[in-house]
Design a protein around this ligand. Structure first.
Ligand code: FBP
Length: 550
């Protein structure tokens, strides 16, 4: 056994709080049949067996049925790590054991690939107890293999049958839950006798809707980033000599950047969705930030903080068009990776449309190259590799130098760069995530027990005390629409981007001018696991404002 820190030992004893509806036997109450968010006819045709199912809500069962026979369940962690994954698994374990103590849980290793390659372990109580309330996905590992081929489904079925597994729980983001839905449909269509249940994971916070109020991990990760940004702001306000350009993870949507801005009140925060809505160019963004730098310099404040969402590049309309064309070009050029760097560049420039070729050529070479590097298995540009924080500070430095030459700016500009992502993905879950994740896993056991397949575990009412949370299941097809991926139209879960009419953005927009010029930094400090509820159990600002907080 590995040695444990004092906090690890104390934290292991934390008992996550379950919604009261899940405290004993439950019954599922069916809501209305559902529809997909868009493209209903196409999605219905692709998912004839799992489309249109009703929402499910669990209530205490006053007349529990007689004992349920033991059953076996498989679990997969898919995609990027997010704090709380271990609690989903411990909740699932406790949930199936509460239904029948002889039920068993198998974990497939290193993501969906473990199912296809038949790599697994049985998760026993001694293993589970080692991981309760801890961050990370190391209990079974994670991976990004995309489950989409019939061959993979059949290979998976072989091991599921061998282990007599009745249901598979896939803990993942939008792409992984899309795969969960495709697998559920396939197994149902083939009468395989295997249910598939998804759980909403991602620090990015973009897997949410009316029924899935937040993905797990967002709360903890943003608290970690906000702590560190707060510390940087104290440093910056002490030394008063640097502008800190801080890129924050979040592949596409800007929820993480927005949440951190609400927690720390930086001098500037870019919200990609606003950049797109206002049809801004890279030069517009640079000019806006440079104007804040110049204005603060007039007050003698040659320091500040700028938050940059990781996915920014893809939201600048001209860049978005370029990336879309690049995605299609790379998808139909399988030998691209075998070309030399120079050949790749000239191939891209000669193959793109004239407008996009011009933009590609105008980018710093390093950034242009990063746009052509390997896609992830879902065909996405790996935006975490693009150093937008450096790109922006360089361009701002140039603009300020021009303004200085023209007598329009008198300050000093020195930049520091940071990228926060991996620092928060495996933190020990906050009390919110510890409770939420445990409830999601426990609830998944109940979804299995009531025969559901193609559902996502849903726990709602999340700004209320956890005993009042509402537990149930949402058909995954309900969240789907058709999108272009790897050059083809595919059914996928619609990503939730920052809503510019939503309360969190509006709260930010109301205050940002003051934050820009005055130094209004907030210092959230580290996550607290023990102490008064107002210090330890606060949900994210995003959730708080979304649910009517003032
Ligand atoms: P998921 O969507 O799988 O949860 O991953 C989120 C994320 O952390 C993004 O914020 C980031 O762009 C990406 O993973 C990085 O992934 P990797 O470490 O695999 O390159």
């Amino acid at each position: 056994m590995t040695k444990k820190s004092a906090l690890q030992k104390a934290r292991a004893a934390y008992q996550p709080k379950l919604p009261s509806a899940l405290w004993g036997a439950v019954r599922a109450v069916e809501g209305e049949p559902t529809q997909s968010v868009a493209d209903q006819e196409e999605i219905k045709a692709l998912f004839p067996n799992t489309y249109g199912l009703p929402e499910l809500t669990f209530e205490k069962d006053p007349k529990p049925a007689k004992a349920t026979a033991p059953f076996n369940v498989g679990v997969i962690l898919s995609g990027g790590q997010a704090p709380g994954g271990h609690n989903v698994i411990s909740g699932l374990f406790d949930g199936i054991k509460a239904i029948n103590k002889d039920s068993r849980l198998y974990g497939f290793l290193m993501g969906p690939g473990g199912l296809v390659d038949h790599q697994y372990i049985e998760l026993t109580s001694s293993i589970i107890d080692e991981y309760r309330n801890t961050g990370g996905f190391d209990i079974i590992g994670s991976g990004r293999t995309k489950l989409e081929e019939v061959e993979q489904f059949e290979k998976g079925l072989e091991i599921l049958r061998e282990l007599n597994i009745k249901a598979l729980v896939i803990i993942g983001g939008d792409d992984s839950n899309t795969n969960a839905c495709v697998l559920a449909e396939y197994y149902k269509a083939h009468n395989a006798g295997v249910q598939v249940i998804g759980c909403p994971k991602t620090i990015d916070g973009d897997l949410k809707n009316d029924m899935i109020e937040t993905s797990f991990g967002f709360d903890t990760a943003t608290k970690v980033y906000s702590e560190v940004i707060g510390n940087i702001q104290r440093d910056c306000n002490s030394a008063k000599k640097y502008w800190h350009f801080i890129k924050l993870m979040g592949r596409s949507a800007s929820h993480i950047a927005l949440e951190c801005a609400l927690q720390v009140q930086p001098n500037y925060c870019i919200i990609s969705e606003e950049v797109e809505a206002k049809n801004m160019t890279l030069d517009d963004i640079v000019t806006n930030i440079a104007a804040v730098v110049a204005k603060r310099a007039e007050n003698g404040d040659n320091f500040g903080t700028v938050l940059i969402p990781e996915g920014l590049i893809e939201f600048i309309p001209a860049m978005k068009a370029l990336i879309a064309e690049l995605n299609d070009l790379l998808a139909r050029t399988p030998d691209f990776a075998s070309k030399s760097e120079d050949e790749q560049r000239s191939f891209v420039i000669s193959s793109l449309s004239a407008d996009n070729a011009k933009i590609f050529e105008s980018l710093p070479k390093g950034v242009a190259r990063q746009l052509t590097l390997d896609r992830d298995p879902h065909g996405n540009v790996q935006v975490s590799l693009i150093e937008t924080e450096k790109l922006l500070s360089e361009m701002i430095g140039k603009k300020l130098a021009e303004w200085k030459a023209a007598g329009k700016y008198v300050g000093k500009f020195a930049a520091q760069h940071h990228f926060f992502g991996y620092e928060g993905r495996c933190a020990d879950p906050s009390n919110f995530d510890a409770d939420y994740c445990y409830a999601l896993g426990y609830n998944a056991a109940q979804l299995i027990n009531c025969g559901a397949t193609g559902y996502m575990s849903s726990v709602r009412n999340l700004t209320k005390p956890s005993v009042q949370w509402v537990a149930g299941g949402i058909p995954i097809t309900m969240m789907m629409n058709m999108e272009r991926r790897n050059g083809k139209m595919k059914p996928v879960i619609q990503k939730a981007l920052v809503d510019l009419n939503g309360k969190p953005f509006q709260k930010f927009a109301e205050q940002r001018d003051e934050w820009a010029l005055n130094t209004c930094y907030m210092y959230p400090g580290p996550i607290q696991y023990f102490g008064p509820a107002e210090v330890c159990d606060q949900p994210s600002r995003t959730l708080y404002y979304e649910q009517g907080g003032k």
